[in-house]
Design a protein around this ligand. Sequence first.
Ligand code: FAD
Ligand code: NAP
Length: 560
Amino acid sequence: MADEAAGPAEGGERFDAVVVGAGISGLYALHRLRELGLSVRVIEAGDDVGGTWYWNRYPGARCDIESMIYSYSWSHELEQDWTWSERYAAQPEILRYLEHVADRFDLRRDIRFGTRVTAAAFDEDEQRWAITTDGGDALAASFLVMATGCLSVPRLPDLPGIERFAGAAYHTGSWPHEPVDFAGKRVAVIGTGSSSVQVVPAVAETAAEVVVFQRTPAFSVPAWNGPLDAEAVRERKEHYSEYRRLARETGGGNPWHTRKESVHDETPEQQQREFEARYALGGFHLHAAYYDLFTDAEANDLLSDFVRDKIRRRVNDPELAELLCPYDYPLATKRMCVDTGYYEAFNRDNVRLVSVRDTPIEEITEAGLRVGGEELRFDVIVFATGFDAMTGALARIDIRGRGGELIRDKWAAGPRNYLGLTLSGFPNLFTITGPGSPSVLSNMMVSIEQHVDFVADCIAHMRDKGFTTVEPTPEAEDGWAEHVRALGEASLYPRAKSARSWYMGANVPGKPQVLLPYVGGVGRYRRECERVVERGYEGFAFGVRQARREAPAPVATQGL
Ligand code: FAD
Ligand code: NAP
């Protein structure tokens, strides 16, 4: 619907849509919105496309959802032409893929790199977003699509002296572009989440010494990664649309259903057989063994025991193995990790674990760090300390809706929105994989595509009907918040709050502790969204711009 006013504007450029972020979400949003005929500008803080896969270049980084399904489904030619080399591709290959997509669909010409959006305010008279960047640019757009990522704000721990360290220090989420040479170095790795389980075995290959500082142990299961053979690739490509359809219907966005059985329907022998068979398949297959693993504490205990037993078998020293076993939270309520050789790395002479659970790291010193009064000396510190997840990137931007309300303030007690996508009081603003949507509890490719499609379809609907603004009603937002809360409360996820789960915002001091993602699964969530659309965008209020400097007339309010 190319805005007749799009083009150069006084004091800045004007677009139909501005998209913030050029990761998987931003690239697809640009493509879809362009297809609608919109003028689009993407603003990206990094110097190239890729998002997560641009920033997280640490050794060992790779996906833990199988590449053939953690890849775009919206271009038949693309999915047929591209061939992944491994079951779980490493970061360089995923980045090459996203660069290929950018080139193939000529996306870069509409992306401004190296530029951070610092503020966006909805101009109620003009019915436009006024967007400001750190480069001093001013842009105006009818629609603002936040594709800023759930895991794009790396977090350093609040340790005194962090700036004092004289050696090299890296965060996994903002890794340098040049290769880091660990040969012969004494390396500290702080953290034991998904990034750590990947970086530790890789660094241990060449470092003189790797000391892993563990506060809360992770549950990690093997990926069983390996090269993809030509026959498997051919078969998958032949039936790609079937796999994709299945992935969209399931809970986690993977092409397999969770079994309909409860743990309690089967004997201990059957349970063991089931867990073994799924463990042998690798990664998240384990989650689908029984439908009640994440709602029934007893069921989860059985799975947790099974994985703890596997950890013990992977580590030679029984005392060390016990230290690596998590007991503080039900499996997967704090993100489960998928690894290649993590526990086995502790069987090497050059890898050591220091538990900082009861004796926390006191400070970073010039030479290393201090724990229990003792200074440990290092050449390199790797901070695998995670992210201000899901709300961090949005909260860092001054986003003001009607009446100058800030998202930060609206979300002071925890995020509130409709479908995880839209906020009451913030017209024409969309948050891709926002809190309250399945996002990080799923294969994010599936969730991202569904959100971008919803946004594009909504804008197309507005064009057809002549609407110029869309936002959810406060009642719809309340209803969604209650739905998300009730599903969360019925699950085991809130139990990981005390274990500082980032799903609960509990890894960031001062952040409200609420379950951030929607736990109902991607299939159910998709059906909820489809129902909203079928009922004429139930819960949304559309407006029509009448005349310059007049408030929009509310023409259609679909209450919940
Ligand atoms: P991102 O890739 O995070 O991109 C957001 C972009 O927005 C970034 O490039 C950032 O620079 C930019 N940005 C943010 N704020 C601003 C601003 N104010 N101005 C300008 N630009 C801004 N998910 C899976 O489903 N499977 C996996 O195997 C998997 N592996 C992962 C591995 C790692 C190491 C990490 C950290 C995450 C992983 N994830 C995985 C989650 C991953 O983040 C998503 O799958 C996906 O890449 C997110 O894409 P995105 O475009 O939504 O966000
Ligand atoms: P994370 O899971 O949040 O882990 C951060 C780690 O740092 C935790 O072990 C935490 O301990 C520790 N930590 C933080 N501050 C500390 C301190 N002061 N002292 C000691 N330890 C401290 O972060 P992540 O590993 O980067 O992973 C984030 C998410 O990104 C993952 O959950 C996943 O969704 C995604 N990811 C995926 C992959 C993949 O395999 N594809 C790889 C990397 C990341 P506590 O738990 O005690 O707080």
